[in-house]
Design a protein around this ligand. Structure first.
Ligand SMILES: O=C(O)C1=C[C@@H](OP(=O)(O)O)[C@@H](O)[C@H](O)C1
Ligand SMILES: C=C(OP(=O)(O)O)C(=O)O
Length: 449
């Protein structure tokens, strides 16, 4: 279900060998940022390959509400006439970010250092997610906020009239929190500093440099990342070619690994070390993946992945890898059911505050499909049943979470009984062509009404 629609139950069942090319859509993180930075540049930014998923479309609307001109020119082709740093105007209505944590948290950063008021809301999932992790550091700039208990949406930000620059160490590994602080720092004088203990995706830093801001990343003596941004730059419009999304690529890649006889090509998968933890993990599990034609696309290192059906073995995923594959744990836990032995995922408590509590959602759905799991606050362990051992047959609750929906639909492509999800609608937030793309490879996935 999208923010306001009716649920769309979907079912997948044992599929023939998957063959062909899986060209997944544009990267969600980079798409949000291309629109936001375009809106803050002076002049016309051109974007190609933009992900036209609901999350990103909500960010496009928000940029319009703040005064930028955002136009769709063709499939994935967009232009943004930016207003320059300091140029946003007070939105006339509530900003609805739908299902998107990235959208709402980055846009909170954008408006935090403007002398005006912005009210945010979102769908039933987003209204449950914690926002104090962003409003706390924004308060250091002088921004005030009033939200529901626990800092939940709907929430109003009263921007700082005379912002001061900030130095902040993020208490959890979060690119959204880091980015919110850096974005607020754009309209503050002087240098804003963010320190992160564990490296998280670095698209904000890379792209802001591309738009002409001064952003310096150094290592502290303890080995932490220290990012220093010089405020009030003039951002120059760019041509942004959005690379494909490695988090979406994970679904056809993992499907090919568990569906017998599969052999697919997944072009342009990011090798950015802040994003590619899943691929390292899959290789350790014994996946037959060839990384071909390594090159640069849209400022990101990418490779074409040739993926073949593989006998997987369970492993212990190093906790320090978590940030680089945080959105991929649901699909990893699904295919871990097909491995020999157990797959241990520790240091993953951030999964509990995503679109759903992803540890709980995966645990309950896997159990409904005959898989034994163990969990605690920060851990998920899946006991693999081997390539032919997964029963399936469950109906899995997706809790308005696209990655949970897609993970269970992939699970059902190799299980003995079909797997149903109660609502595949949220898939449109990040991967609107999922069903078409998977069907095109030979997978059996259908809507039930
Ligand atoms: O900055 C981003 O684009 C994102 C950061 C991550 O969230 P956290 O910052 O909450 O870890 C990730 O889960 C999300 O899908 C996208
Ligand atoms: C966590 C995710 O997104 P967001 O936080 O932007 O809602 C995701 O896409 O898996």
């Amino acid at each position: 279900m999208s923010s306001h629609g009716t649920p769309i139950p979907m079912t997948s069942r044992k599929s023939g060998p998957l063959k062909g090319t899986a060209a997944v859509p544009g990267d969600k993180s980079i798409s949000h940022r291309a629109l936001i930075f375009g809106a803050m540049a002076v002049g016309e930014t051109r974007i190609t390959g933009l992900l036209e998923g609901e999350d990103v479309l909500d960010t496009a609307k928000a940029m319009q509400a703040l005064g930028a001109e955002v136009t769709r020119e063709g499939a994935g082709e967009w232009t943004v006439h930016g207003v320059g740093v300091g140029g946003f105007s007070e939105p006339e209505d509530v900003i609805d970010c739908g299902n998107s944590g990235t959208g709402v948290r980055l846009i909170m950063g954008c408006v935090a250092t403007y002398d005006f008021c912005t009210t945010f809301t979102g769908d039933g999932s987003l209204r449950k997610r914690p926002m104090a992790r962003v409003t706390d550091p924004l308060a250091l700039f002088g921004t005030r906020s009033v939200g529901r208990s626990g800092g939940r949406l709907p929430l109003t930000l009263i921007g700082a009239a005379e912002p001061v620059p900030v130095e902040y160490q993020t208490p959890m590994p979060s690119a959204q929190v880091k980015s919110a602080v850096l974005l607020a720092g754009l309209n503050a004088p002087g240098k804003t500093v963010v320190i992160e203990k564990e490296a998280t995706r670095d698209h904000t830093e890379r792209m802001l440099r591309g738009f002409g801001a001064e952003v310096v990343t150094e290592k502290t003596p303890e080995g932490y990342n220290k990012i220093t941004l010089t405020g009030r730059p003039e951002l120059k419009p760019q041509e942004v070619a959005v690379p494909r999304d490695p988090s979406s690529a994970a679904f056809p890649v993992c499907a090919a690994l568990i569906v017998e006889g599969s052999d697919i090509l997944v072009p342009g998968v990011s090798q950015n070390t802040t994003r590619n933890g899943l691929y390292t993990t899959l290789v350790e599990m014994g996946a037959d993946i060839a990384f071909e034609n390594t090159r640069e696309e849209g400022g990101e290192p990418v490779a074409d992945l040739r993926v073949k059906y593989s006998k997987l073995k369970g492993i212990e995923v190093p906790p320090e890898r978590a940030a680089s594959m945080i959105d991929e744990y649901p699909i990893l836990s699904a295919i871990a059911a097909y491995a020999e032995g157990k797959t241990v995922m520790r240091g993953v408590k951030e999964l509990r505050v995503k679109e759903s509590d992803r540890i709980d959602a995966m645990a309950r759905g896997l159990e409904a499909c005959g898989v034994t799991i163990e969990e605690d606050e920060d851990t998920l362990i899946v006991h693999g049943l081997g390539p032919d051992g997964v029963e399936g047959g469950g109906t899995c609750a997706t809790h308005l979470d696209h990655r949970i929906a897609m993970s269970f639909l992939i699970l059902g492509m190799a299980s003995k009984q079909p797997v149903t999800v109660d609502d595949g609608g949220p898939i449109a937030t990040s991967f609107p062509v999922f069903e078409k793309l998977m069907t095109g490879l030979g997978a059996h996935v259908t809507r039930n009404n």
